[in-house]
Design a protein around this ligand. Structure first.
Ligand SMILES: C[S@@+](CC[C@H](N)C(=O)[O-])C[C@H]1O[C@@H](n2cnc3c(N)ncnc32)[C@H](O)[C@@H]1O
Length: 217
């Protein structure tokens, strides 16, 4: 379990998050049994609220895995929307495609296959909502592209930014994670200083950063 919050806080919040049913529930079970990292229930709930408030049309996700968060977003979105999601692991891509096809949303969700650092430069469309949930050490690179592709008034949500608490305390840092931790610190400092953007870092789940692009730039 993450060290961002005390276990009793995390457990309490998780207990009151409404349980998923149907396909999402089966995907949660699959992820749990096969150690596939998917968004934590409380982070899923935050994203659900943000989507209801923000009502994005064009959504971009970096890090599809089995497609759980994409389908959670799909179930929440109303009206005209589309999701583009980027993934580099062929096994994950295959499973995500199967999951999308088994859902009512397969025509609205598109997977871009390959390393996002290579596929990002080919994207030209602008997005209202960008969810970063891939390799944590690459967030600065993803951010560089995401800022260009984000519409004014758009929101970037970045998951796992406190990385089991290591980002906030040297005492928690394990040696092999030092580089990722340093990069995440650089990322968080950067998003809090960027002109034309306002960010907030929430100690929810493994840490979530919200970055809003001002309308008037
Ligand atoms: C935490 S999982 C995503 C979970 C998913 N968002 C969910 O909540 O259901 C991270 C995924 O990002 C993918 N990934 C990591 N770095 C990537 C990169 N540079 N380009 C594309 N995919 C990447 C991994 O293969 C992995 O499947």
């Amino acid at each position: 379990m993450s060290s961002v919050n005390e276990d009793y806080i995390t457990n309490y919040i998780r207990d009151i998050v409404p349980e998923k049913s149907g396909q999402l529930k089966l995907m949660e079970e699959y992820a749990h049994e096969n150690n596939v990292p998917i968004i934590e229930p409380e982070v899923g709930q935050l994203i659900t609220v943000l989507l209801k408030l923000h009502r994005p049309v064009d959504i971009l996700e970096v890090g599809t895995a089995i497609g759980y968060s994409a389908l959670l977003m799909a179930q929440t979105l109303k009206g005209d929307w589309n999701i583009t999601t980027m993934e580099r692991n062929p096994e994950m891509i295959e499973m995500a495609l199967e999951n999308f096809q088994a859902s009512p949303y397969s025509d609205r969700i598109k997977i871009i296959e390959g390393d996002a650092r290579e596929t990002f430069p080919h994207l030209t469309k602008k997005y209202d909502f960008i969810f970063l949930d891939a390799a944590k050490g690459q967030y600065m690179e993803f951010l560089h592209y995401a800022m260009d592709l984000l519409k004014p008034g758009g929101l970037i949500v970045s998951d796992n930014v406190l990385y089991k608490g290591m980002v906030a305390s040297d005492q928690l840092v394990v040696r092999r994670k030092r580089t990722i931790v340093n990069r995440l610190r650089e990322f968080l400092e950067h998003i809090n200083k960027m002109e034309g953007y306002t960010s907030s870092v929430l100690p929810l789940g493994d840490g979530v950063a919200l970055t809003f692009k001002e309308d008037l730039i």
